[in-house]
Ligand binder design. Structure first.
Ligand SMILES: [Zn+2]
Length: 250
């Protein structure tokens, strides 16, 4: 039987330690007084670590699920998400993988949506005024990874794939996401405004929508299949690729 006198030990690896509401002062292990029957998920979230941030839970060399009920004296190793555990791979914690790394970007990291699209990733944005739980249900329904700075959303049991965006700066947020999910960038393949796919379009079909100088100097165009916005490989394109180079390969 567990009692408040016989704690549970939890060792936090990588950046899971930074998520603890009260980080241990010296090492990465905390003794947790086990006073009630609770799943490891509930224990971790009570300490400040949303389940979406955990990549592996290991007890005596064996990987555990979130439903595991710890016993006093046991020692768990808590590992973070990592590029080696992509959402497209089945794991003990998440046995049903995603088909692809596609995203739902919360309002609190709104500018990240445009930057991900600039890099060619499929990134839908949470609509303004959406109900509290709407981002979670939408992410699950559409098979997307929820990117947010709201820990409470990430603690919801229904959500499988999500990430607490650590940086406050949008450029660094993009680098964080590209590195974590090992995204390949394909600039100029998605509409920055609406996330629609861009396709090549003949100049003669859109020439009446171009400004005189654009009409004169540019010959290759792409158009958004969603909103119809026209893109051309002019100074705008160069600015975008330079910006991506600066963020992703600095
Ligand atoms: Zn568009």
């Amino acid at each position: 039987m567990s009692s408040p006198d016989s704690p549970l030990f939890l060792t936090f690896h990588g950046d899971t330690r930074d998520l603890l509401s009260k980080p241990p002062t010296r090492d990465m292990t905390i003794a947790y007084p086990l006073s009630r029957r609770a799943s490891i998920k509930d224990i971790l979230e009570g300490l400040g670590v949303p389940h979406t941030e955990v990549g592996r839970i290991v007890l005596d060399g064996v990987e555990q699920t979130f439903e595991k009920i710890p016993k006093s004296g046991e020692h768990f190793e808590i590992h973070p998400l990592s590029p080696a555990l992509p959402p497209t791979m089945a794991t003990i914690l998440r046995p049903e993988p995603l088909a692809a790394c596609i995203f739902l970007v919360d309002i609190n990291v709104g500018r990240l949506a445009g930057l991900l699209r600039m890099a060619g990733s499929d990134a839908e944005a949470v609509s303004q005024g959406a109900a509290d739980n709407a981002p979670v249900t939408r992410a699950v329904r559409e098979g997307r990874i929820l990117l947010t700075r709201n820990r409470d959303l990430l603690k919801q049991r229904l959500l499988v794939f999500g990430h607490l965006v650590r940086s406050q700066d949008p450029d660094r947020q993009l680098a964080e996401i590209v590195n974590l999910y090992r995204l390949q960038d394909h600039p100029f393949s998605r509409c920055i405004a609406c996330n629609g796919l861009l396709t090549e379009v003949e100049k003669e079909n859109i020439v009446d929508r171009l400004l005189p100088l654009t009409k004169k100097y540019y010959h290759r165009f792409k158009q958004c299949t969603g909103c119809g916005k026209i893109y051309w490989q002019g100074s705008h394109h160069k600015k975008m690729t330079d910006k991506l180079d600066g963020i992703l390969r600095r």
